[in-house]
Design a protein. Structure first.
Length: 157
């Protein structure tokens, strides 16, 4: 497979992946984000820009072309840990991950035996106010979250 390019997708720059180093939040994009992509791409900072690894762009990504974040409504990140377990994470591009995309990610999680963590961005009258976290995975993952006193909603695969 040829190496994928971020452009024209700018979902991570739109604030859907938050950062303490760059001023952006859900619905409030990075000031360097333009319709043509990042205005400072060649000089973008190491954190979070250069080190962020979108699962769709990642070399040998298992995600099909239709899963480009701006097309599917979710940014997927692999190689994460939760309670010492390998997981993958999906961030919504907007308020929530579209049902068809979420169902596809759950099917992928089930096939891979890999837990999925995802969230919904909750709006208040003045914009986004919090994220509600959820998860989906095998019984061992569900039990680990329960033992840890987790506050996320977990569905068993």
């Amino acid at each position: 497979m040829a190496t994928r390019s971020c452009f024209p997708c700018t979902a991570c720059c739109q604030g859907w992946i938050t950062s303490k180093r760059i001023e952006m939040s859900p619905g409030n994009p990075c000031k360097h984000c333009t319709a043509q992509g990042c205005a400072i791409y060649e000089k973008r900072p190491k954190e979070p820009c250069r080190t962020f690894e979108c699962g769709w762009v990642q070399d040998k990504s298992p995600l099909p072309d239709r899963m480009r974040p701006d097309r599917c409504g979710a940014i997927v990140v692999f190689n994460k840990k939760c309670l010492g377990l390998d997981v993958f994470v999906a961030a919504p591009v907007g308020d929530s991950i579209p049902p068809a995309t979420l169902n596809g990610l759950m099917a992928f999680a089930l096939k891979q035996g890999l837990p999925l963590l995802y969230w919904t961005n909750v709006r208040g009258k003045d914009g986004y106010i919090r994220q509600e976290q959820s998860g989906y995975g095998p019984p061992a993952f569900v039990n680990a979250v329960k033992r840890a006193g987790g506050t996320i909603e977990i569905m068993s695969a």
